[in-house]
Design a protein around this ligand. Structure first.
Ligand code: MRU
Length: 356
């Protein structure tokens, strides 16, 4: 039996407050807990693009609320065009970040809803879009709790766990995916200690994951990404668990840059490598990882840190935000519907949602 996480310990990174979204602006963490109120769709796009709100499920939730903000002030009279307006707003929001499929997944639901209701008054469609966003948000909380409860069973007592990037409450509706597994193991009184990869260049591990683990009292130690091999060899790592931004039908998995290297290291050291994946992160439209678009970000993220130059001016930079781990390196996926082991092509297919 796992204990329930006390609500007060769990961060709410996104909230719907009366008539707007309130997010923790993650660009200020860990030094400041700054809440940003967003009333307008353009600000939602900017918040996603700038990683004020980040992590695949959280991006999907924010975008769903963003669609509502985008149509809210359109006039309710005249010829009803709201479904085409919704489509345009979704196309726009989808451009904020390309890799996390949860963004598209949430926006596609908004478009479908608007088309299904195209003969209804636009006031009714607007209301339904807000309800859709709220339900995507609430569902994600339940899904993350289920991933945590299922995944903690894979964690042995006295486990040394290595994780990458941030996959906690900040990245989701609540609890997280990979971090939810760790929280639930900790609350279930399994002794766990977490090696937190710093996660260059934007430091989601050191800025965000340590912040969350500290709040929830999970023992952890921070390492730089290049220390992972040595930690596996010298300190002993029992398992690696990471999140994902997009899983292809064959199990190839996009996640934060550096994940692929960790998977190779885990294989070399004979360490199980788990991916925590809500079904909303599985892209059933693509057969393999080579079809996953990889976001490239600004050179400045690599060349400077807090306005300090880290490379001579004009240095050429390659800055992919994600990489793709081939499915052969993955031991299993932890989803809200259970643990999925190879053959992934066959077993992930069983999770494909039936379109109503
Ligand atoms: O660029 P980010 O910080 O949005 O990248 C986030 C990740 O790579 C996470 O591992 C992934 O979105 C899963 S979050 C539950």
């Amino acid at each position: 039996m796992t204990a329930k996480i006390k609500k007060t310990e769990v961060v709410q990174s996104i909230q719907w407050v009366d008539d707007h979204i309130r997010i923790i602006d993650q660009t200020y963490l860990p030094s400041r807990e700054f809440f940003l109120d967003i009333f307008e769709v353009g600000r939602v796009w900017e918040a996603i693009r700038s990683l004020r709100v980040r992590g695949a499920p959280a991006i999907g939730i924010a975008a769903a609320y963003g669609v509502y903000l985008g149509v809210r002030d359109l006039p309710d009279d005249g010829i009803q065009q709201i479904h085409t307006d919704v489509e345009g707003i979704c196309e726009y929001l989808a451009t904020a970040r390309p890799t996390a499929v949860n963004l598209r997944w949430a926006l596609d639901q908004a478009v479908r809803l608007a088309y299904d209701m195209k003969d209804e008054p636009s006031s009714k469609v607007k209301k339904a879009l807000l309800e859709l966003a709220k339900s995507i948000h609430e569902d994600d909380k339940r899904i993350c709790a289920d991933i945590g409860k299922t995944g903690q069973e894979l964690i042995p007592h006295n486990a040394n766990i290595l994780t990458h990037c941030n996959t906690g409450s900040l990245a989701t509706g609540q609890y997280g995916t990979a971090l939810s597994i760790i929280y639930h193991a900790h609350l279930g009184k399994k002794k766990v200690q977490v090696w937190v990869d710093e996660t260059r260049p934007l430091l989601q591990g050191s800025r965000l994951t340590t912040w969350e683990l500290k709040k929830t009292g999970v023992p952890h130690r921070l390492i730089t990404d290049s220390m992972a091999a040595w930690v596996m060899k010298e300190k002993g790592v029992d398992l690696v668990v990471v999140g994902t931004d997009r899983v292809a039908r064959n199990g190839d998995t996009a996640n934060k840059i550096g994940t692929y290297a960790l998977a190779i290291l885990a294989k070399h050291h004979n360490i199980p490598f788990y991916v925590a994946a809500p079904i909303s992160s599985i892209d059933f439209s693509i057969a393999s990882g080579d079809k996953i678009p990889i976001e490239e970000r600004d050179a400045g993220e690599v060349c400077s840190l807090a306005d300090k130059e880290l490379a001579p001016p004009g240095t050429q930079v390659y800055n992919p935000a994600f990489d793709v781990t081939p499915h052969e390196l993955i031991t299993a996926f932890v989803t809200e519907k259970g643990v999925i082991r190879p053959d992934f092509s066959k077993n992930l297919e069983k999770l494909r949602p039936q379109q109503g």
